[in-house]
Design a protein. Structure first.
Lengths: 328, 319
């Protein structure tokens, strides 16, 4: 395994762990609005104070100096020490003295870091479950096409071709638009999972079909049939395991595609909705006129998306094409 | 033209027509299933009258057949939101989307293809490594992210207009208006083209590497054909097939991508129009936009099929 593949796996693992441990890592409630801290810039922790004396890590609270231009200065007179493992979170500060906004605040004064971390649960949750659904559907339909051949094969693969060339966002958005505009978060979650799964199945299906169609003529499959194994047993025990590697690559390709789909859907207002934190919802806020140039840190969820997708791409290019990855 | 080739192209054309038909019918049916919006206000009497005027109160099958018969005469019905014929709206907007899409596609091909040939044929060159890492990074940045970042850059630097369409003054000559359009077109086209260019580069690079391992390339080298000629003439032609074969999908992704880019960069195109239609549940507008989009897609797929057979007449439907 090449270095880049390993880096990708480590990075993806870290992101998944962050999403799982989100309630512990997020220092504040994602819906909590800090008054007078709208558009607050990211705050960096200090060790040395102005007299060059070392302290345990601390922050200087922010003070609003210009409400119209969203200008802030650090209040150098008070030090707010970071508190580790207090109040059920990894690291936080005494909120009454000044919250630590690692990645700054959004226009409503909410902690962007907390929202990105908690948003990872929704964004990654949707994309991973949609990928699982697409893989399941694709494996079943692809195996069916490859094993049965003839008419079933032709019909299924024509359908796959058809879904494949459709611009996925149009399909997903039109499908989503057939539902009521306002849905609760869990309904949106499962709706999006099903829609994305239905849009994504042809990719695994085509590969599985090719593998099954090739493998079913091999001696071991013939031997299994000669020993009296039924079609289902041959498929599940003998043929589908041959497609394992291919399906693993497909997961690392589908999850990024679905992360982007979630972001796009929520961005245009057909996915999760305010105030639920998901990466797409946060980008929607960042895209509002004027907000972006005042507060570039609103793009933090975009960075999270790029990092996640990049690490998955590194894994998939290592899995699918070891030669290319070795040369990187 | 060989009769097998003709049959293949005919079959692909049939697929394209089916695509347009299915997408347009499906979008009408789905939009009909959608809960009604508030385009007509809340007064029940007005609502009923308007629903009758647009034919939504009729049974679904009847409405569908009526819509189908009119669509054959290029009559897409009337938009409920804009109170204008959908066909006129689409004509206004389709040009913008086509301009954006074609520019992005050309940009992506011009950048991605030669880069892919280079990284595929000289994979140990340090620049090839840089290009490869670059395109994996760019592949991880969807058009949504790229356009937001470009928008931020435009707003901060002022080098390019931050979205919108150019307002061409009436007295501008051709050259001036072209320059102005290019200035406004650049950022949205770039946002759309970058991920496509990266995808093309990756694919072409792999195809090139495989092509260079073919025996015929070895034969050409053995005959003393210079290396650059082997790469750019012989291997290039062999390796174009995979890229051309996914042009249909690339065009599809251009349509998907332009939807987002148009909304972020306020580029008044088809995607933006469809978005407005979806927001106000404007039945005929959504169906019309989807139809127009699928026509573009079908034409693009057909073009890529024709190019494929031109490159390699053996092409079967296996690709």
């Amino acid at each position: 395994m090449s270095r880049t593949t390993r880096a990708g796996i480590a990075c993806a693992f870290l992101i998944a762990a962050t999403a799982l441990a989100a309630p512990i890592i997020a220092p504040h409630d994602p819906g909590r609005q800090f008054p007078d801290l709208g558009y607050a810039p990211p705050m960096r922790p200090h060790i040395f104070d102005d007299d060059r004396r070392a302290h345990p890590p601390f922050i200087y609270p922010l003070k609003l100096v210009d409400r119209l231009e969203h200008r802030f200065v650090e209040d150098r007179t008070t030090r707010v020490p970071l508190e580790w493992f207090s109040a059920g979170t990894l690291v936080t500060t005494n909120e009454s003295r000044g919250p630590w906004l690692v990645l700054g605040a959004d226009p409503l004064g909410r902690d962007i870091f907390a929202r990105v971390v908690l948003g990872a649960r929704l964004s990654l949750g949707v994309s991973v479950s949609a990928a699982v659904l697409a893989i399941l559907l694709g494996a079943i339909l692809g195996a069916l096409a490859g094993y049965c051949g003839a008419t079933v094969d032709i019909l299924l693969m024509r359908a796959a071709d058809f879904v494949l060339v459709l611009p996925i966002i149009y399909v997903v958005i039109v499908l989503r638009a057939t539902m009521p505009l306002v849905l609760d978060t869990w309904t949106v979650f499962w709706t999006m999972t099903v829609i994305l799964g239905l849009a994504g199945w042809p990719y695994p299906a085509r590969g599985v079909r090719a593998v099954v169609a090739a493998e079913r003529r091999k001696e071991y499959a013939e031997a299994a049939r000669a020993l009296g194994a039924g079609p289902l047993r041959i498929l599940l025990r003998h043929l589908l395991p041959a497609a394992q590697g291919f399906l693993a690559v497909q997961v690392t390709l589908l999850v990024p595609a679905f992360i982007l789909a979630e972001a796009t859907l929520s961005f245009v207002g057909f996915g999760f909705a305010e105030p639920t934190p998901s990466w797409g919802v946060m980008l929607h806020e960042a895209g509002q006129a004027g907000a972006l140039s005042d507060a570039p840190w609103l793009l933090a969820p975009a960075a999270a998306i790029v990092l996640t997708v990049l690490s998955l791409h590194l894994i998939s290019s290592g899995l699918a094409d070891p030669y290319a990855a070795d040369n990187m | 033209m060989h009769s097998g080739v003709r049959r293949y192209l005919l079959r692909r054309a049939g697929f394209a027509v089916l695509l347009v038909f299915a997408v347009s019918s499906a979008s009408l049916l789905l939009a009909r299933l959608a809960p009604p919006g508030d385009a007509f206000g809340t007064d029940p009497a007005v609502l009923a009258a308007e629903r009758h005027r647009f034919g939504i109160d009729r049974p679904l099958g009847e409405q569908y057949l009526d819509w189908l018969s009119r669509i054959l005469r290029f009559d897409f019905g009337e938009s409920m939101r804009f109170r204008r014929p959908v066909a006129a709206l689409i004509r206004e907007r389709a040009g913008n989307t086509a301009m954006l899409g074609v520019t992005a596609l050309a940009l992506a091909t011009v950048v991605g293809l030669p880069l892919g040939v280079f990284t595929g044929s000289r994979s140990r060159h340090p620049l090839a490594t840089v290009a490869r890492i670059g395109s994996i990074a760019v592949l991880s940045m969807p058009s949504l992210v790229t356009s937001l970042v470009l928008l931020l850059l435009a707003a901060r630097t002022g080098w390019f207009p931050a979205g919108g369409l150019p307002k061409i003054p009436a007295d501008a000559n051709v050259l001036e208006s072209a320059a102005l359009t290019a200035r406004y077109l650049f950022l949205p086209a770039l946002a759309l083209a970058l991920p496509m260019a990266a995808a093309i580069e990756r694919l072409q690079s792999r195809a090139m590497r495989e092509a260079l391992n073919e025996p015929c390339i070895l034969a050409a080298t053995a005959r003393g054909v210079p290396h650059h000629r082997v790469v750019w003439r012989h291997a290039l032609r062999l390796s174009l097939k995979p890229v051309l074969a996914i042009y249909g999908i690339i065009i599809g992704s251009a349509l998907s991508g332009s939807f987002v880019v148009e909304i972020v960069m306020s580029w008044n195109g088809l995607g933006d129009l469809m978005y407005q239609g979806l927001q106000s549940r404007d039945l005929y507008l959504v169906a019309g936009c989807a139809t127009a989009g699928s026509v573009g897609l079908a034409l693009g797929i057909l073009a890529s099929d024709v190019a494929l057979t031109a490159i390699d007449p053996r092409t079967e439907e296996s690709v």
